[in-house]
Ligand binder design. Structure first.
Ligand code: ATP
Ligand code: MG
Length: 420
């Protein structure tokens, strides 16, 4: 072991478990790829101001969780704590909203950084796959995103997750509600921190996880009773479109995202096997965000799903993904001359698209066959000088143990047929 360890709150993805992470990312991306979302990749760090404005000065992410740094050149940067602000920044910078028709639909996958108290399902470096649909106000778009996340989880075999849904209203109805909420909250017995939250970000108080706070919230005014007609109709249509696909959800009138530029549809995917870190993904509409970061009005909606917690959800449900073995064929040379010839056969197999590995390091037959076993390969090809003199290799079926000679020029087609 080296003297170094992964920093607190981080962990390494190593084989074989790392294959599950790749498969989860791929499973979340697949429904997006076939729904018109293009891949976007942005830097791991941004100007700190982008997140201050684009995530919100009063959020936990910005006040407590952000990794900030000053470069030698004096730039104030932050490691990205989330994806939406960066993706919108990139879309605006590239003028994607002017180049083609709206919405601009993008998906991303990457690492995110938050200085949090590490615990199961909560890390300082974690991984998300996300989607953003920029520049359209259409309930079908909100419904599409919710359904695509649902499809992704279902394609992984997950069952014990729930969709929580709410509407946050818009610039017309929310301010009225906000004032009513503040008035109610000011009458409660709350600590200093929470009292100041009432003034800055009162919706966040609804989301407080503490029992002592939740108890006092009985009878709190709820936004769903204050929605304007337009928001009410919009929300009804989102719900209708999701239900029509046979997908169920729960109305959660206290679900918030807490910032002024988050509007209307808001949702969370929770998994019941994860204890207190139950949110596997979340998202919503952010009609005001573009203007907050200096862009034109571009009503948008998106989500981010946590890869780490999705993997934990698979474990909680006892789901082992059906992953193909990394290696199909393992080549074992017997002797120096055979090594050179078989090395060429390996290259041929790989060129034919067959995942092949080789016994490196001059191992004896026994150790080499052990390596073949470990690799998970379905077949081994074993060959020594005598075999090559006869123009064959021995093809060993790793399941049955059966071994048959195959002419050198038939190795690729034979294995292709057998593996098909
Ligand atoms: P939480 O309430 O659990 O802190 P959040 O509201 O901060 O979650 P989002 O910003 O909506 O989370 O991020 C979307 C998803 O990313 C979450 O649902 C979760 O799966 C994942 N996620 C967020 N923070 C972490 C973290 N520190 N470690 C692992 N996954 C995370
Ligand atoms: Mg958080």
């Amino acid at each position: 072991m080296s003297t170094f360890k992964a920093p607190r709150g981080t962990y390494d993805l190593i084989p074989p478990v790392s294959a599950t992470y790749l498969a989860v990312r791929e499973a979340i991306a697949a429904p997006l790829r076939r729904s018109g979302y293009g891949y976007v990749e942005t830097p791991g760090f941004e100007n700190v101001e982008l997140f201050a404005r684009g995530v919100g000065e009063s959020t936990d992410i910005v006040t407590k969780e952000m990794y900030t740094l000053t470069t030698k050149g004096g730039d104030q940067l932050a490691l990205r704590p989330e994806g939406t602000a960066s993706v919108l920044r990139a879309a605006l910078e590239a003028n994607l909203h002017k180049a083609g028709s709206l919405p601009v639909k993008l998906w991303y996958s990457g690492s995110y950084y938050r200085y949090e108290r590490p615990q199961k399902g909560r890390y300082r470096h974690f991984s998300q796959v996300g989607a953003e649909a920029i520049g359209a106000e259409d309930p079908a778009l909100d419904a599409e995103l919710i359904l695509l996340a649902h499809d992704a989880y279902r394609s992984l075999g997950l069952r014990n997750f729930r969709i929580l849904l709410n509407s946050l209203g818009d610039s017309e109805c929310r301010p009225v509600y906000r004032a009513a909420l503040q008035e109610f909250l000011r009458g409660l017995d709350l600590d200093e921190d929470t009292r100041s939250r009432i003034e800055i970000n009162p919706l966040r108080v609804l989301d407080d996880k503490r029992d002592a706070v939740q108890k006092q919230l009985t009878g709190v005014p709820l936004l769903r009773d204050h929605l304007c007609d337009a928001c009410r109709a919009y929300h009804a249509e989102v719900r209708e479109l999701i239900s029509a696909q046979g997908v169920t959800f729960e109305d959660d009138p206290k679900l918030v995202r807490g910032l002024d530029y988050y509007t209307r549809t808001t949702f969370e995917f929770v998994h019941d096997g994860l204890g207190s870190q139950s949110a596997v993904g979340g998202g919503g509409r952010y009609d005001g965000l573009s203007e907050m970061i200096g862009g034109p009005a571009l009503p948008s909606v998106g989500w981010a799903l946590g890869v780490d917690r999705t993997v934990l959800a698979l474990e909680a449900e006892g789901i082992a993904l059906d992953l193909p073995e990394a290696t199909s064929v393992f080549a074992v040379p017997l002797g120096e001359e055979a090594r050179k010839i078989l090395f060429g056969v390996v290259a041929e197999l790989r060129a034919a698209g067959i995942a092949t590995d080789f016994a490196y390091g001059g191992k004896g037959l026994k150790a080499a066959m052990k390596a073949a076993n470990r690799s998970g390969a379905r077949y081994a090809i074993v060959a020594g000088e005598r075999d090559f003199a006869e123009g064959v290799v021995q093809l060993k079926d790793m399941e049955s143990g059966e071994q048959t000679p195959v002419p050198l020029d038939k190795v690729v087609p034979t294995l292709r047929t057998k593996l098909a």
